[in-house]
Design a protein. Structure first.
Length: 502
């Protein structure tokens, strides 16, 4: 009941004309940016983060939430129409959505995706309302060893599930941790990796790192591989669904959140894994398996619902533990810090108006997303006609303006370019960007919690594993590290036994 009363108060905040306007602006901007190939929600939030410096915190985060959900839907629009995912969570939408569009059923695929995002977002946000306060109350008792264990889990999990290999994920993590070391040591005041530069003594702002790795790195990568001809978008009409389509998809819309929400709440890389799991589940449960790969509508509805629910799950970890499990959450955590607000167990007590206004705005944003994007799908398709040279020239301009706005110093532009070159190099050698971003955000905090735990135990390493919670988390970490090594021999052994029995 306390959560329900708080949510009602949150609707009072979210439904004010100003906050409704920010929610609508966020949904529109997010969808427009998500439709453009290669620009996902993380880049959108990172680019717009400096613009919100003058906004009131509640309005800024309501707009960020709208951008998050809008960009996820926009990415699926690109996948369906052009077979070019706007962001990583929309990759699965291309598998079935693009064949549907080529068969003249692009409108139905867009409608299935839009309603999937709506249902997944609604169910995920309801679970957020029910679970977040409980998680926050339990998190109050978590100490330094437990926090450090959680952060180690985040580091290991995100390097294990992203990228083409664990080595590449670990390399990306080390790059982020190194960038996070730049500046003054928080406890001793000693300079680290500043090379004698006073401008680097305060460290490198997370906003500059996020914009550099995402926006600049992506723009440089596209410029290096730019083609003179661009793909022509497939024309779509007004989205609509037949009774047969609804009969095939309603269960998929409900199943998706059950897969997406838990994966969003744990440090497992965001929406990519649950969308693939949802697709596999739908294929196994479908009565029309022969249509998969040729344009099965369930293969669009389920994964899109899972992706939207995972976004709500992401907010559980970020708001209650201060733990970003996706790149967008990492950038939003930087936004909280920009306003002098620290997400964690006490956030619900210290900033109830902001938190519950943000959660209530998710419901409002879902309705706006569905109302705006069903009739506007043909308009979003036309955005794909913007020539890429003009598109990425605009991105570079806004990225430079945003980086300069952070500190008002020209050296920030040099740092932005250097980090952008690092981002380009990471793409060139297949290193995932997310581990680096999460390492920059969590690295300094993990170091602080590690030192705190060692100080409490007088320097003994046993101080890191002196609670049941930390032991449990390290057991999970060990399982993540060992299971891929054990899986292949076990599988081979089982295959040999089956062959011997036959």
């Amino acid at each position: 009941m306390d959560s329900l009363n708080s949510l009602i108060d949150g609707f009072g905040t979210a439904l004010t004309p100003v906050n409704l306007l920010w929610a609508a602006v966020g949904v529109l901007l997010g969808t427009a940016i998500g439709v453009l190939p290669g620009i996902g929600p993380a880049m959108a939030v990172a680019l717009l983060l400096p613009v919100t410096y003058g906004l009131e915190p509640t309005g800024a985060f309501i707009m960020f939430a709208g951008i998050y959900y809008g960009a996820m839907f926009g990415g699926s629009t690109t996948s369906i129409l052009l077979n070019t995912p706007g962001e990583s969570a929309a990759v699965v939408a291309a598998i079935e959505g693009n064949p549907m569009a080529k068969a003249g059923r692009g409108a139905q695929a867009l409608a299935a995706a839009a309603i999937g995002h709506f249902s997944g977002g609604m169910i995920g946000t309801i679970l957020l309302v029910l679970l977040a306060p409980t998680v926050a109350s339990l998190a109050v008792d978590i100490g330094a060893p437990d926090y450090f264990a959680i952060m180690v889990l985040a580091f290991i999990a995100v390097t294990s599930v992203l990228g083409s290999s664990r080595i590449r994920g670990l390399a990306s993590l080390l790059i982020g941790l190194t960038i996070g070391l730049v500046g003054l040591d928080r406890m001793t005041g000693q300079q680290r990796l500043t090379f004698g530069s006073l401008q680097l003594a305060d460290g490198i702002d997370v906003v500059i790192v996020a914009v550099g790795l995402f926006a600049i790195g992506e723009a440089l990568w596209v410029a290096a591989h730019l083609r003179r001809s661009t793909g022509k978008p497939i024309p779509v009409g007004r989205p609509w669904l037949r009774k047969e389509d609804v009969r095939r998809t309603w269960k998929s819309w409900l199943r998706g959140p059950l897969i997406g929400f838990p994966f969003g709440a744990i440090p497992a890389g965001g929406a990519e894994i649950p969308t693939f799991l949802s697709y596999v589940t739908e294929k196994r449960l479908s009565k029309h398996r022969d249509q998969f790969g040729k344009g099965a509508i369930e293969g669009v509805a389920g994964p899109e619902s899972a992706a939207s629910a995972s976004a709500a799950g992401t907010l559980v970890s970020m708001l209650t533990l201060g733990l970003p499990t996706t790149a967008v959450a990492a950038v939003m955590l930087a936004a909280f810090q920009q306003y002098g607000i620290q997400p964690g167990p006490l956030l619900f007590e210290r900033e109830p108006e902001l938190v519950w206004g943000l959660i209530a705005s998710l419901f409002v944003g879902m309705v706006l997303l569905l109302a705006l994007n069903l009739p506007l799908a043909p308009v979003w398709a036309k955005l794909l006609r913007i020539p890429r040279p003009y598109l990425y020239a605009g991105i570079l301009f806004f990225a430079a303006v945003g980086a300069y706005a952070v500190g008002g110093e020209a050296v920030d532009l040099v740092i932005l370019l250097v980090i952008g070159m690092i981002g380009f190099g990471m793409r060139r050698y297949g290193l995932p960007v997310l581990p680096a971003i999460i390492a920059v955000i969590l690295g300094p905090a993990a170091e602080q919690q590690l030192r705190r735990a060692l100080q409490i135990s007088d320097g003994s390493a046993t101080g890191l594993v002196n609670t049941p919670f930390s032991v449990t988390v390290y057991a999970v970490v060990l399982l993540i590290l060992v299971w891929p090594l054990v899986r292949k021999p076990v599988t081979r052994l089982l295959v040999r036994r089956r062959a011997a029995q036959k």
